[in-house]
Design a protein around this ligand. Structure first.
Ligand SMILES: Cc1cc2nc3c(=O)[nH]c(=O)nc-3n(C[C@H](O)[C@H](O)[C@H](O)COP(=O)(O)OP(=O)(O)OC[C@H]3O[C@@H](n4cnc5c(N)ncnc54)[C@H](O)[C@@H]3O)c2cc1C
Length: 422
């Protein structure tokens, strides 16, 4: 997405460019996989919820106006309870003592002594009080980010965690009828062939050399060498390669920069994709799972994104399980995740014992979500400073090392192209 954003900008400025990608198909994290049995899965659940009209229009044009517009239906699963999202405004039905303690802490957090905020845990305590924070976002965060809230900064939050007022919290505790306040309300998704269809036209209009894995970059002679033996001289270079992989490719990168790149942490995601011979496995478009003894962190349902993602009369789901080299290394072969996923799907009632499973496969994404740990700011500034010094542009989720959605990644590519032209 970022590479295509950079090429798009350069094209519009009348500058020719070439994209090199190590894979044999384009799309990076926005790739979609169509299986012969008719099931389509994305590389992690992907929907477009951009509010940027220009990007909305570009994506709509790319699929010839053939996209679905869907309302997000999000819920949570915690100790056998199905809770509307976000939990902080929907406590109704949870154990009374827990709700009472959450409300007491919430009031204390709002009106008690102001505390200094040094990390994500402090931010949660200040916004929601200790009981809610410890029961919900800190438990979820441990599964999703693979490290504790006390080890994280707060600059990734944006609109991601809804901060209700007291009245919303009390209403949600006393009544099961509450307003929808998720930061994604409506979203779009291509009708056919998965999320990657949104990129087709960008790709057609760009010059892309596939199967070109960069293995060495020499900024002094301005040359990139690829694993297939080819070499190219560049006038300007922009990279969307993940920084911990990019720095080791650069000839002459100093030791402190290499060490800083190694400190940058990211989650890996094992995705277990499942096709089921029944249409009604879920009403929610996605569900968050808090309990540690459930292997997955989040479930999404591709058949609800577009009916063309599944054969007629069937449904599908994608389970995400997170690991990280730095905090929770992958402790099994990815295929070994399938059985516990199916077991937990039955345990929470999404699958029935007599369900016929039509499809399973596992997909691993080595770079999923950047971890905003306390090491990140200093390490990132050193790495970016070095890249600026040697004239290598960086963009995208893993070049900027940020929490970019697809629209932001595309615009990050455009911005890097602009900087290069300057
Ligand atoms: C689980 C998950 C769910 C997500 N859900 C959403 C969502 O619902 N909506 C949304 O908008 N965004 C979502 N995102 C974010 C979205 O995936 C990213 O913003 C976007 O895809 C990042 O694009 P990019 O171009 O920056 O990086 P990438 O897609 O990673 O592109 C990097 C490219 O570099 C290539 N490459 C790497 N190394 C080399 C090398 N040595 N030589 C040559 N090529 C190389 C790769 O093959 C790849 O094509 C999600 C991300 C994840 C992980």
């Amino acid at each position: 997405m970022a590479g295509l954003g950079a090429a798009y900008k350069l094209r519009n400025e009348g500058v020719s460019s070439r994209i090199y990608d190590k894979e044999s198909d384009f799309g990076g994290h926005t790739r979609s996989y169509r299986f012969e049995n008719g099931f389509v899965f994305d590389d992690g659940p992907h929907i477009s919820f951009t509010r940027d009209k220009r990007i909305q229009d570009l994506l709509a044009e790319n699929v010839g106006g053939e996209f679905e517009v869907l309302q997000a239906k999000v819920n949570n699963h915690w100790k056998g309870h199905w809770i509307k999202h976000p939990a902080q405004c929907n406590l109704h039905g949870l154990p009374t003592e827990l709700v009472a303690k959450i409300l007491e802490d919430f009031v204390e957090a709002k009106y008690g002594e102001e505390r200094e905020i040094k990390n994500y845990r402090d931010w949660l305590y200040a916004g929601f009080g200790e009981t809610f924070s410890r029961t919900f976002p800190m438990e979820y965060g441990l599964k999703y980010h693979t490290t504790g809230a006390e080890n994280m900064t707060t600059d990734w939050l944006g609109p991601r965690i809804y901060q209700p007022n007291l009245s919303e919290v009390f209403m949600g505790a006393l009544s099961d009828v509450t307003a929808d306040v998720h930061y994604v309300d409506h979203f779009r998704y291509p009708s056919r062939n998965g999320f990657v269809s949104y990129l087709n036209r960008f790709a057609e209009e760009s010059d892309i050399a596939l199967d070109h894995e960069a293995i060495s970059i020499d900024p002094s002679s301005r040359r990139v060498t690829f694993s297939n033996g080819s070499e190219v001289e560049y006038e300007g270079l922009i990279s969307s390669i993940a920084l911990p992989r990019l720095i080791p490719l650069i000839r002459g990168a100093p030791d402190d920069v290499s060490a800083a790149a190694e400190r940058l942490a990211c989650t890996q995601c094992v995705m277990v994709n499942v096709g089921v011979a029944r249409e009604d496995i879920s009403e929610a478009t996605w569900t968050y799972f808090y309990d540690r003894d459930y292997i997955f962190t989040r479930l999404s349902f591709p058949h609800l994104m577009s009916p063309h993602n599944v054969p007629q009369g069937t449904s599908s789901l994608q389970a995400e399980i997170y690991f990280s080299d730095k905090y929770r290394p992958l402790d099994r072969r990815p295929e070994e995740c399938i059985e516990p996923v199916l077991r937990d799907l039955q345990r929470c009632g999404i699958l029935r014992e007599d369900d016929t499973i039509l499809h399973t496969n596992v997909h691993v994404t080595p770079f999923a979500n950047v971890i905003f740990d306390l090491d990140r700011p200093k390490a990132l500034s050193l790495v970016h400073g070095y890249l600026d010094d040697v004239g290598i542009g960086y963009c995208g989720r893993y070049g900027e090392w940020a929490y970019h959605w697809t629209d932001e990644s595309f615009k990050s590519g455009e911005k890097a192209a602009e900087k290069l032209l300057e």
